[in-house]
Each structure stands twice: as C-alpha cells, then as structure tokens.
Design a protein around this ligand. Structure first.
Ligand code: R5P
Length: 296
C-alpha cells in the first residue's frame, strides 16, 4: 500500500530460509547509489522479522546503496527498555545498536513503546504518531459524552493527548498490577466515568488483558459503554476471540502489524491504514523536506 501511494513498484528481493532455519536474502535489482527504504515491522515471528531486516540492510549496504532507511512501523523488542529488576537486558537498546551496526543510516517508525527509545539511536529517527489517524476515525463514531483514559499509569500522557484531539473533557486512569502476561489485576480507577462513554487508548494490544480488565472496571464503575483504541495490534486469533466476547463495544487499531486474517473474523475490530502517512514521510525524507508537520 505504501508503495502504491508513492506510485513506485516494490524493489525485488529473494527472501527464504536455509534448511536449518537461517534467513537467506538476495537483492534482485541494482541499488547502487540509490536511496533505499526497507519496510519491515518487527512483529511475529519477531526474531525472523528482525533477522530479515538486518540481513537485508547488510545486503543493500554491500550492494552500495547511497542511504538506507529502516522503516519499522512496529518496533518490537521495545517493552524491555529499562531494567525493572537486576540482571535484565535492555533489549530495545540492543536492537537499536544492531540496526546501526548492520548499516541503517536512519530509522522511520511509529509510536515507540517508550518515546525515550528514540535516544537509544545515534542515527536520525523520525518518530510518527498514530493519534491523529485514530482520533479522526473515532470522531466518525459520534460518541456522546466521551471520556478518554489509559489502562495503566504509563499511558497517561498518551491519553491526555488523545482526549485533547477529541475535544473530550476529563480523563480516567486504571491503575493495574501485572503478575504474568495473562494475569492483570485492576488496582483502582481514578476519574468519574458514571453514565459516560469511556474510550481507552493504549499503544499495544498483546494478550488483550489490559484492555479487557480496564473495560470491566469502567463498566463496574458505571460507564455506559467502553470503546478501545490502540496503535499496534500485536495479537493472535485467540486474542481476537477474547476481544470479541469481551464487553468492549469496539476496538480500533492500525495496520502497523498485518492482521488481515484475524480481522476478518471480528465484527468489533476496525483497522485504520497508516500507508499514506508512511508514504508521505518517505517522500519527504527522500526529498530532504521537513517531516515535523507529520508528527503531530
Ligand atoms: C504496557 O505497558 C503497554 O502499554 C500495553 O498496555 C500492554 O503491552 C498491553 O498488553 P496486553 O494486551 O498483553 O495487556
């Protein structure tokens, strides 16, 4: 889709696996002296996606491309961006390092799990936000007396920004405790949602537990209905089924991670395309134009 917006054909490449599972790549056209954009989300199968991207950067670099931009709509390995306890890695920093070592000259991405990850790179990073796209889509639902909030304390700034975009008043936050990926306990809800339409905004849906737990708390505290929005749909069919049978009325996500098959089986999940904003940004990077207007 992004290439279609740019009205250019996709570059030709052979991507396969050796019998032992190693990623095998060959670029099948001349890239010497070209401004190359490699588009790959680091999503499931995450390690394979990452290795394909790294190996492709290496191939393009060795084929004498002039500049290589890694376009990573969903930047995986971002959730371990700081040590919570001793002897943990900072995987986001490791991935930033290896992308640069592989030969990426710049990064274009969307809604990093933590904005500070941008600073893990010593090469330029263009960090797009999906909030504008999602807010436009939510406005078409014409939800009355809406109140926006976050399913955890870490997402308050995102929720404040989203609320402002929707012209909504007030804010809610569901404080949660997570013991295992599937075990999310709501601790308490801050904000008055009685009789109102609650809109939860999050960056990622993975197991769906954060959203479902938050929605149950909001409904218990008197919310009329609950809608959810998230940028990255990092989920499986089982999670789609879980969201489908949850008390959430609608779930809006973007296509930074391909979810075509799962979406087909869901009446609640709607997908907002990011192709145009990525195409516009690529075009501006290539033309050495400002991209800051696209960040808002
Ligand atoms: C947490 O810090 C993130 O912002 C998301 O709330 C979390 O990754 C969602 O994961 P899940 O869908 O598994 O609850």
């Amino acid at each position: 889709m992004t290439a279609q917006y740019l009205r250019i054909p996709l570059g030709r490449a052979f991507v396969a696996e050796f019998p032992n599972g190693e990623t095998r790549v060959r670029i099948e056209e001349n890239v010497r002296g070209l401004d190359v954009f490699l588009v790959q989300s680091v999503c499931s199968p995450v390690d394979t996606s990452l290795m394909q991207l790294l190996i492709m950067i290496d191939a393009v670099k060795r084929a004498s491309a002039d500049r290589i931009t890694a376009v990573i709509p969903y930047f995986g390995y971002a959730r371990q961006e700081k040590k919570m306890v001793g002897r943990e890695p900072i995987s986001a920093k490791l991935v930033a390092n290896i992308l640069a070592v592989a030969g990426a000259d710049r990064i274009l991405t969307m809604d990093l799990h933590a904005p500070a990850i941008e600073g893990f790179f010593d090469i330029p990073v263009d960090h797009l936000r999906a909030a504008g796209l999602l807010a436009k889509q939510v406005q078409t639902l014409e939800l009355e007396d809406a109140v926006v909030g976050s399913p955890d304390a870490g997402g308050v700034a995102r929720a404040e920004d989203f609320s402002r975009r929707l012209g909504a008043s007030d804010l809610f936050v569901v404080f949660k405790r997570r013991d295992t990926p599937d075990d999310v306990t709501p601790l308490h809800l801050v904000g008055d949602v009685t009789g109102r339409t609650a809109i939860i905004i999050d960056d990622i849906i993975s197991t769906g537990q954060s959203l479902i737990t938050a929605a149950d708390s909001l409904l218990k505290e008197g919310a009329k209905e609950v809608h959810a929005c998230a940028v990255h749909a990092d989920f499986t069919q089982a999670v789609v089924d879980k969201l489908e049978s949850s008390r959430i009325s609608s779930v809006l996500v973007t296509d930074t991670i391909p979810i075509h098959k799962q979406r087909a089986s869901s009446s609640k999940i709607k997908v907002c395309s990011t192709a145009q904003i990525f195409a516009e940004t690529i075009s501006r990077i290539h033309g050495h134009e400002s991209v800051s207007a696209l960040f808002s």
